[in-house]
Design a protein around this ligand. Structure first.
Ligand code: MG
Length: 260
């Protein structure tokens, strides 16, 4: 294996608590000089906050070792979208878009966006917020529609919770438009991660707790996959047609898997 892509939520931590042994596994990867990258659909906080959260668990990495849909969106906007951007993203994560203040559309504006960016607003979603996104997308300006991460749900404080995917898909249904998706399970996102590691897709391993976003997505990108039985994992996942290359009780078992 030339590189390892690792999901964060449900694999490294859950409810802000490290999954036991995750820190040792990261130190093991570092000692093996095996390149790794955290590949997460998290759009609720910025990379700097993720680095600090991991450091609090004894996992020392840099922002460059974390790829999120917002980082992919920043590259996309820089290349294709010089005009005003309407953000449906928490304030805490917007910094990773590296926009100038004048590039962000005013929060009450429902026209003249060049791009509408939809991520994980969680509790901040309500009818008027959804309806503003809808109106912007339907406006004559025909703004680009970026969907950041099609994850369906995640596990928070012991219960399943809606992720960004269902909201993006609701807007797709209402507008009859397809979002330009950035993040898992889109294969380009996995391939971008592998490129950052200098790893061939077939020699890259994805470790995740989501059968759809992590496992199916990575397989479509030609990668090997490991499902962990932590986070959002449910026994029902094992009855799906998608088959990971291996199943671990938790990421703590990763070094053993390598020696099999
Ligand atoms: Mg996860």
């Amino acid at each position: 294996m030339q590189g390892v892509l690792i999901d964060l939520d449900g694999v490294i931590y859950e409810n802000g608590q490290m999954i036991p042994g995750a820190d040792k596994v990261i130190r093991w990867l570092q000692a093996q000089h095996l390149p790794f990258l955290f590949l997460t659909n998290t759009t609720s906080v910025c990379r700097q906050a993720l680095v600090a959260r991991l450091a609090g668990m004894g996992i020392i990495v840099t922002e460059q070792q974390i790829l999120t849909p917002i980082v992919a969106a920043a590259r996309w906007i820089e290349r294709f979208c010089p005009g005003p951007v309407a953000l449906f993203l928490p304030q805490a994560s917007q910094v990773d878009l590296r926009l100038e203040p004048g590039q962000i559309l005013a929060p009450d504006c429902i026209e003249d966006a060049a791009c509408v960016v939809v991520g994980d607003l969680a509790e901040a979603w309500d009818f008027s917020v959804m309806n503003r996104a809808f109106r912007l997308l339907m406006s004559d300006a025909q703004p680009a529609f970026l969907g950041l991460g099609m994850s369906r749900y995640w596990r928070n404080e012991g219960a399943l919770q809606l992720d960004a995917g269902p909201f993006i898909q609701a807007l797709e249904y209402a507008t009859g438009r397809d979002a330009w998706q950035l993040g898992k399970p889109v294969d380009d996102f996995f391939l971008a991660g592998a490129r950052m590691l200098g790893s061939e897709p077939g020699q890259t391993l994805m470790v995740g707790d989501d059968m759809f976003s992590d496992i199916q997505g990575a397989q479509q990108a030609g990668m090997q996959t490991l499902l962990v039985r932590t986070g959002k994992f449910r026994m029902l996942d094992m009855e799906r047609s998608t088959r990971p290359d291996g199943v671990l009780d938790s990421i703590a078992e990763l070094p053993q898997w390598f020696t099999l």
